[in-house]
Design a protein around this ligand. Structure first.
Ligand code: CDP
Length: 232
């Protein structure tokens, strides 16, 4: 059975990662959360005090890129790879709102994108991969056999992210999450390098009113059809 490449792009907090993880598990494909890589670079910049509310030392970050080593190490209990920044597991730390507040500024930097895209392409070189992000179907794997573009209303997305973070015990307000979701949508869609846009051959899914189960059934059905047609 020939394996394919599946790209899942879309706005923040649309549940792309959940969808991509479930799909990879079911197909026994590798799952890659490309956003985790941008988040880990952001965490590095924060740790090195290169970015804060009022400053961003972009050139210093660019010069330090060689010192940033990112790896996904498979966690069999979770069933997917967790991200390591210079050998430290940062999977949980990178999900905080502080990291979310800076990540889109970091993701605008072309040198950062170049480094991460190269690594993403290497991971997916043998196909059998489900990768989620913003530019997977347009830049990382423009030839992916299957591309999804996920949308949902900003209000619903913010509510999902708010529930996720408060469940973890983070002290956040709905208003600040909503603002972060809107701000990132804007920066991600308007940046010059690899903006978030729907690839012309992507299948758009608005999951505002779909349960996790319904959305999974929908994409799984489409995926099986695609794999079948490629193998026939
Ligand atoms: O989980 P959520 O959808 O909120 O975001 P994410 O997938 O973790 O990505 C975090 C941020 O990284 C995005 O808002 C983008 O600024 C950036 N990103 C990107 O530029 N390109 C990607 N392929 C993935 C993420």
């Amino acid at each position: 059975m020939k394996k394919i490449t599946i790209a899942i792009d879309g706005f923040s907090s649309t549940g792309k990662s959940t969808m991509a993880k479930q799909l990879a598990e079911k197909l026994e494909y590798i799952y890659v959360d490309s956003g985790a890589m941008y988040r880990a670079v952001t965490l590095y910049a924060m740790q090195q005090k290169l970015i804060s509310k009022n400053k961003f030392e972009k050139q210093k970050l660019i010069s330090a890129l060689d010192k940033i080593n990112l790896e996904f190490k498979f966690n069999s209990r979770l069933g997917y790879g967790e991200i390591y920044l210079n050998n430290v597991n940062v999977e949980s730390e990178i999900r905080s709102l502080v990291v979310s507040n800076f990540v889109s500024k970091i993701a605008e930097v072309s040198e950062v994108r170049k480094k991460l895209v190269k690594q993403q392409q290497l991971i997916g070189a043998n196909k059998g991969v489900v990768m989620d992000g913003r530019d997977i179907g347009t830049v990382v794997f423009p030839d992916a056999e299957l591309k999804f573009f996920i949308t949902a209303s900003a209000n619903i997305r913010a509510k999902r992210r708010f529930d996720e973070l408060t469940k973890k015990g983070d002290k956040v307000s709905f208003e600040e999450i909503f603002k972060n979701v809107k701000d990132r949508d804007y920066i991600d869609s308007t940046r010059e390098d690899s903006p978030l846009i729907k690839a012309s051959d992507a299948i758009e899914i608005d999951n505002s009113n779909l349960s996790l189960e319904e959305q999974f059934d929908k994409i799984y059905k489409i995926t099986l059809e695609k794999i079948k047609s490629i193998n026939s």
